[in-house]
Design a binder for this molecule. Structure first.
Ligand SMILES: [Zn+2]
Ligand SMILES: [Zn+2]
Length: 182
């Protein structure tokens, strides 16, 4: 867990900057942020081959959390949560059904779809697992702890055909290519 100044613009990973997690209350206070959250978001970015992930809400002070419908002491106030929208390489929003499955594989503790259009996803790094779907209420837990079963998706639905980029060096020449899974 780290604390950053409200104006901090440190690039934390390849795709995430401290400023993206700033509280939206406009109060100019410091930002609490869990390193594990950011590292897992970076993994999610790579796993889904995103063009970008927009953080709609990262850290929230207690007051702001209450203003947006929270109880003032939830995961966002601990710096362990983010509400995100993922975009694919063509710039289209990735369904939160897919994002939930990938987030489950990466090992986020708390995961939930949070809007009726299935485009926004809440992820956090709490220790006791909670998988939800807020369309069915804020405290609705999905059965069997599997988004794959719940949404009827396969690994192929989530990750595509499984293209792997490879680099081979032979006789001093570097070859790059792709292996396609059948
Ligand atoms: Zn605030
Ligand atoms: Zn959230």
């Amino acid at each position: 867990m780290k604390t950053y100044n409200s104006t901090d613009k440190t690039q934390l990973t390849e795709h995430f900057n401290v400023s993206e997690f700033r509280c939206k209350c406009g109060g100019g206070h410091s930002i609490l942020l869990d390193t594990e959250l950011v590292n897992k978001l970076e993994k999610l970015h790579k796993a889904l081959k995103c063009s970008k992930i927009i953080v709609n809400s990262g850290y929230r002070c207690s007051k702001h959390d209450k203003n947006v419908g929270g109880n003032g002491s939830g995961q966002h106030t601990k710096g362990t949560a983010a509400d995100i929208v993922c975009y694919d390489k063509s710039g289209k929003k990735i369904s939160s059904k897919i994002v939930c499955c990938a987030a489950q594989d990466i090992g986020f503790g708390g995961i939930a779809n949070i809007d009726s259009t299935y485009t926004a996803t809440h992820v956090d790094v709490r220790s006791v697992r909670w998988y939800g779907n807020e369309v069915n209420g804020a405290n609705y837990s999905i059965p069997n702890d599997s988004f794959y079963t719940y949404y009827g998706l396969s690994k192929k639905d989530v990750y595509g055909s499984g293209t792997i980029e490879v680099t081979v060096i032979a006789d001093g020449t570097v070859y790059t290519g792709e292996i396609h899974e059948k």
